[in-house]
Design a protein around this ligand. Structure first.
Ligand code: HEC
Ligand code: HEC
Length: 292
């Protein structure tokens, strides 16, 4: 009897192992196929300038849009995921130092990365959130590129390269990990030239692209983004920020403390990025959120 149970348990375990191995193989093949897809995109040009006001705008946007969070404060590159199950992912060195971008990295290459999430070889960039940057105006994208292209060289290399772990493959296969932003982008859509910087719903909507990834398109928040993270709060008119004055909204995003006394952790709610928005931008953002 006992031996029979062991035998049946062994058979079940064997079947489970075969099924898991089969699924893993399927996930590896399918995700690797997607990583090797070639994207032949028509790259639009954006205005590049060495004007100090444009460079200052580009520098501020590099912080507000999170470039410095992933690529490091000096944009000299950073390992931003290092987990044997998930993977080892490097946000590239964006300077022209050793280990950085090649000396002939052109404006076209920059736009291909920022608007399309595609590299020079036509392959999709991993995890680079260009599905958000693709909505930048020509003007703002131009300012960011103008700023990044003149950075002081930083010598920092990552010879180990990117790799994806088993959980990384599975989550990507299940559509739970935005590994390939190139798949989420409309590559034909031309860039918008400019959105007027004023306290308007339209300008607030433009700025809210930075919040959408977490707070969702309707800004009503939802499920946590990853296990161990708090649920994402509703920041539309039906949420708490709907009851705040503009001053309270601005103070919350500058200090991480809400009027109700709740402290927002920068790794859960990145107010350290949002604090780079100007007063005018935050007022436009608040106006837009309250219109939802
Ligand atoms: C969520 C993290 C994250 C953010 C935010 C981010 N990047 Fe990236 N970026 C990456 C990763 C990861 C790669 C490398 C992708 C790869 O090697 O496949 C990358 C690659 C790039 C590349 C391509 C380099 C090459 O080898 O061709 C450029 C250019 C770039 N990022 C610029 C920016 C700029 C400018 C910003 C801000 C507007 C930004 N990134 C924001 C993660 C990020
Ligand atoms: C990386 C994900 C992420 C991004 C990007 C993000 N948020 Fe959040 N946000 C959160 C999470 C998670 C919470 C809840 C944090 C908590 O419970 O402590 C939150 C909370 C908030 C709160 C507090 C709401 C309350 O009821 O107290 C405000 C305000 C807010 N976010 C505004 C914004 C704005 C504006 C943007 C865009 C500029 C933005 N967030 C971008 C994840 C994000």
């Amino acid at each position: 009897m006992f031996r029979k149970i062991i035998k049946i348990a062994g058979m079940i375990l064997g079947i489970v192992v075969v099924v898991i191995a089969g699924y893993l193989t399927k996930a590896y093949i399918s995700v690797n196929g997607r990583r090797n897809t070639n994207y032949a995109v028509d790259v639009q040009q954006v205005p590049i300038s060495s004007d100090s006001a444009i460079l200052a705008l580009g520098g501020r946007l590099a912080k507000a849009k999170g470039c410095t969070e992933c690529h490091g404060a000096d944009l000299g590159g950073k390992v931003f995921v290092d987990d044997p199950a998930l993977g080892h992912l490097i946000a590239s060195n964006l300077t022209k130092g050793k280990g950085g971008l090649p000396a002939d990295y052109s404006t076209t290459d920059w736009v291909r990365a920022l608007k399309h999430a595609v590299n020079r070889q036509g392959k999709p960039l991993l995890f680079m959130p260009s599905h958000e940057f693709t909505f930048l105006t020509e003007q703002d994208m131009g300012a960011i590129i103008s700023y990044c292209a003149q950075l002081a060289p930083v010598d920092r290399g990552f010879p180990e390269g990117n790799s994806l772990g088993p959980i990384g493959y599975v989550l990507t296969d299940l559509g739970q990990l935005p590994l390939l932003p190139a798949e989420m982008i409309d590559h034909q859509r031309p860039l918008v030239k400019e959105v007027k910087a004023e306290i308007s719903v339209a300008y607030g909507k433009y700025l809210s692209t930075s919040c959408q990834g977490c707070h969702r398109e309707n800004m009503k928040g939802g499920e946590p983004l990853a296990p161990g993270f708090p649920p994402v709060m509703d920041i539309s008119s039906s949420g708490r920020p709907g009851k705040w004055s503009d001053e309270q909204f601005i103070a919350t995003l500058r200090t991480g403390k809400t009027p109700e006394g709740h402290t927002l952790k920068p790794d859960e709610m990145p107010w350290t990025m949002a604090k780079e928005f100007t007063d005018l931008e935050l007022k436009a953002l608040h106006l837009y959120l309250n219109s939802l």
